[in-house]
Ligand binder design. Structure first.
Ligand code: F3S
Length: 291
């Protein structure tokens, strides 16, 4: 069996940046993150070992602790609350999410009805909605877009991890709900690149393995894209791989969500190649590892 790795897989720029910031911060002061820093249990466990505790509310933070805002970002109320309590904030919001937040706030200030396409329960969407103000409407599906009324001005933007095709469909529908539509395509390239690479690879293999947190939206999306094209398994760690998945498989594909570190991808790759009689060496991994 041959194992092929997607051309783009694993950590995106924003997650890598947030982790680097968190690691630098904890070297100098006790640190907490508001929610898990990334959607990957193994990484969160490693961070906890380094002293970064996860809190769920500002009430749990003391003034001696640095509060790390994760790459998903937060609404303005959190910055205000931290300032009121005298808490030092280390803002690791991904710059692409910050851009979406800024566009949401500006659109609302301009009097446009803001529509945010995404999962309204996802922290990134909740943060963006916070910047867009109370009038903003989160929608996830085309059906929800169809139910909207007619507005004099609409502005639409997307959770950074949304599928481009779904966003385009919603944009087309929104054109029927206003004569003045502003489209902010805030979908992140990192997501699109990983989705494109996963799609291309899934078309050429007998089975796909997607590695990432089960609670990670972008990992789930990668898995759903692959599942449309070939048999697909979503796992969090190498231990979950099952030999029987690769019965009669000539080529297996491997990809990983944006919150999956290289060391986990490497372990999975290694284990998959061990299923293969022509085991691939770690030197080969060095040549193909994602950048
Ligand atoms: Fe940022 Fe894109 Fe990653 S928005 S956190 S670089 S998926």
């Amino acid at each position: 069996m041959k194992v092929k790795l997607a051309a783009k897989a694993g950590f995106c720029f924003g997650v890598k940046r947030a982790l680097d910031m968190a690691e630098r911060t904890v070297e100098n002061s006790p640190s907490v993150s508001l929610g898990p820093l990334i959607h990957n249990q193994q990484v969160v466990k490693r961070l906890a070992e380094r002293g970064i505790r996860v809190v769920n509310a500002l009430e749990e933070v003391s003034t001696e602790q640095a509060l790390i805002i994760r790459s998903h970002g937060v609404g303005p109320n959190v910055y205000q609350g931290a300032e009121n309590k005298g808490i030092q904030v280390v803002d690791a919001t991904c710059p692409f999410v910050q851009k979406a937040q800024r566009l949401a706030a500006e659109s609302a200030q301009m009097g446009q009805q803001v529509i945010v396409m995404g999962d309204k329960l996802h922290p990134e969407v909740q943060g963006i909605l916070g910047w867009a103000g109370e009038q903003a409407i989160p929608i996830q599906t085309l059906e929800e877009a169809k139910e909207l009324s007619f507005y004099s001005q609409l502005a639409v933007l997307a959770q950074t991890t949304q599928l481009a095709e779904s966003f385009e469909g919603i944009v087309e529908e929104l054109k029927l709900h206003t004569n003045d539509l502003t489209v902010h395509n805030t979908i992140c390239n990192a997501t699109a690149e990983r989705q494109k690479a996963a799609r291309e690879l899934a078309q050429t293999v007998d089975v796909m393995v997607v590695v990432g947190g089960r609670n990670s939206a972008n990992t789930e999306k990668l898995a759903s894209i692959c599942a449309e094209l070939t048999k697909t398994y979503l796992i969090e760690t190498a231990e979950e791989l099952e030999v029987k998945w690769f019965d009669e498989v000539k080529i297996a594909g491997l990809t990983a969500g944006a919150s999956t570190p290289d060391w986990i991808i490497e372990e999975v790759y290694q284990k998959m190649t061990e299923i293969d009689e022509n085991e691939i060496s770690m030197d080969d991994w060095e040549k193909i590892a994602p950048v």
